[in-house]
Design a binder for this molecule. Sequence first.
Ligand code: ASP
Length: 415
Amino acid sequence: MAASSTPNLWRRIPLWQRILAGLFLGVIVGSLMGENAGVFKPLGDIFISAIKMLIVPLVFSTLVVGITAMRDPQKMGRIGARTIGLYLITTAFAIAIGLLASTIFQPGAGVDLSFDQPMEAQDAPSLVEILVNLVPQNPIDALAEGNIMQIIVFAIGLGVSLMLVGEKGEPVVRVFESFAEAMYKLTEIVMSFAPFGVFGLIAYVAGSYGLEVLLPLAKVIGVAYLASVIHVLVVYSGLLALLGRLNPKRYLSGIIDALVVAYSSASSSGTLPVSLRCAQKNLGVSEGVSGFVLPVGATINMDGTALYQGVVTLFIAQMLGVDLSMADYGMIILTGTLASIGTAGVPGAGLIMLSIVMSQVGLPLEAIAVIAGIDRILDMARTSVNVAGDLMVTTLVGKSEGELDEDVYNGPNKA
Ligand code: ASP
């Protein structure tokens, strides 16, 4: 009796509450057990592998189905232009907020931490290189490597062609439709494991960072978190309300699952299946729009990373007593935006790209070592903002294209 009623009770709690419970329990258990909490890490690793397993088939099938359902190839061009425009604007905003927060709160003033590890500067990816790499030579290679941008290009090509061949393309479209449905189901199954996965990941992180490592850098962590929250609450909510005439509270409550998974996994690419599910089930964005805008965002739109670069570059300048000019600030916004575009949606990528921004304004790259030890804590926050930004732009683009079901957006969350 008890054995059968417990799982039902558990399932009756909404998923986002179960996931949040996993998060809080993870923090408590990790703090109590310290390094020993590492025993729970495999739970998290299995969960992350299971969602990563979904990325390629889910993105590919959703996009093909979405494009054929749109029945208008020109619409794709418009959606693409809007998406890129909004992604760039929000990223520039994010980095400016990071700079402003560090200027006001001066997290680096009076900090004296030694560093000596050598670091190599990275090169910003060239625009031509990015464009050439968009087109796959072999789509199977692109699928096997999980090269999202190339998969998107091929899926758009296939979707548009299927639409153009009309009746003859229908059997293939139906195969993709049923495949996509199966992938949604699989996502749902994997997500039911999320509370345990999140618990394992967070217990491990909370157990590995003692107060003695975190305290000296508490101020910069605090500033980065505060700026992140402000960016989401002010910029994203503001844009949704002003441009989309949508209630931002619905957006915030609809994206909780994705936020928690992003926070605990520190990977926006890994969170993609969860973001797709939130966009479609909770926010009411169509398959076509979410299937395009979200994977592009998980690859190029990294507002949290840009914001972090602003905060940390100023933190290091303050720590070393280096005065930066207005031109330097402009340079940070420009290179930070480019560097964030080139940042992969995987844990720790932003730390490596930070060297691009630092070298542009003449700061010693070795200083990056100061925050390297606590970067995971910053990574968790910036990844959540990266994912929140993708979902905000998806909602706005959906709304502007008439591809947002406002009954779902305003209704009770289903997932
Ligand atoms: N971990 C981040 C992400 O996946 C990238 C970064 O390190 O900034 O979005």
